[in-house]
Design a protein around this ligand. Structure first.
Ligand SMILES: Cc1cc2nc3c(=O)[nH]c(=O)nc-3n(C[C@H](O)[C@H](O)[C@H](O)COP(=O)(O)O)c2cc1C
Length: 189
């Protein structure tokens, strides 16, 4: 698929059918992720690919988190919608920064650069998934439960995002609006 077409057509999907993505396709998607650029080729990402049992446990943790937040009258925002996407999707990938909590002298600049690279890695995965007719959702709502998810995954690494992959219930979602380019351009003389 033409790259520009993939960029134009990709959407965030929040409802998935019960169809499963083939493991070989998930491998291709992850392989596309690790081709992202990174500062000095540091490749700061690491992945936890959740099988069905782990996905269920992640969902349980998020349910408990929602209950806890609601009991404390904290706004849960889009967390319930993200939870449903996690429950319905075929594959959930948790993406970690494997350096931020381990490297000596890790500073804000390094953190920013590594986080940018992980964003590029995730975008690569979304676009390759789209080119294979696999839908996806980039999820940061899971950060509410980072500690509990770290216990489950047995890692102290920094959780950056989750990505849900699956076959979307609705294939042709309308494009969400974007502000016009000129409104995002600073003035030049
Ligand atoms: C860093 C990041 C975090 C996101 N986290 C969530 C999330 O937790 N839940 C959710 O439903 N959507 C999440 N999204 C998806 C955005 O809502 C979506 O990209 C945006 O509304 C634009 O829609 P589009 O992706 O269909 O173009 C996230 C997107 C990004 C880039």
């Amino acid at each position: 698929m033409d790259l520009q077409k993939a960029i134009l057509e990709r959407r965030s999907h929040r409802r998935f059918t019960d169809k499963q993505v083939f493991p070989i396709e998930m491998k291709d998607i992850l392989e596309a992720g690790i081709l992202a650029p990174s500062p000095k080729n540091r490749q700061p990402w690491s992945f936890h690919s959740c099988g069905p049992i782990q996905k269920r446990l992640v969902a349980d943790i998020l349910k408990d988190k929602i209950d806890e937040m609601q009991a404390a009258s904290t706004d849960v925002g889009s967390l319930p919608i993200s939870l449903r996407a996690i429950e319905e999707c075929s594959d959930l990938v948790l993406v970690y920064n494997q350096y931020s909590r381990r490297e000596q002298g890790y500073n804000e600049n390094r953190w920013k650069a590594d986080t940018l690279s992980i964003g590029a890695c995730i975008q690569n995965m979304l676009l390759v998934a789209h080119s294979k007719n696999i839908q996806s959702l980039w999820i940061c709502d899971i950060l509410f439960a980072e500690e509990e998810l770290g216990d489950l995954m047995e890692t102290d690494d920094e959780l950056v995002a989750g990505v849900a992959f699956g076959i979307g219930m609705q294939q042709n979602l309308p494009r969400r609006p974007r502000m016009e380019l000129h409104k995002k351009m600073s003035k030049t003389d």
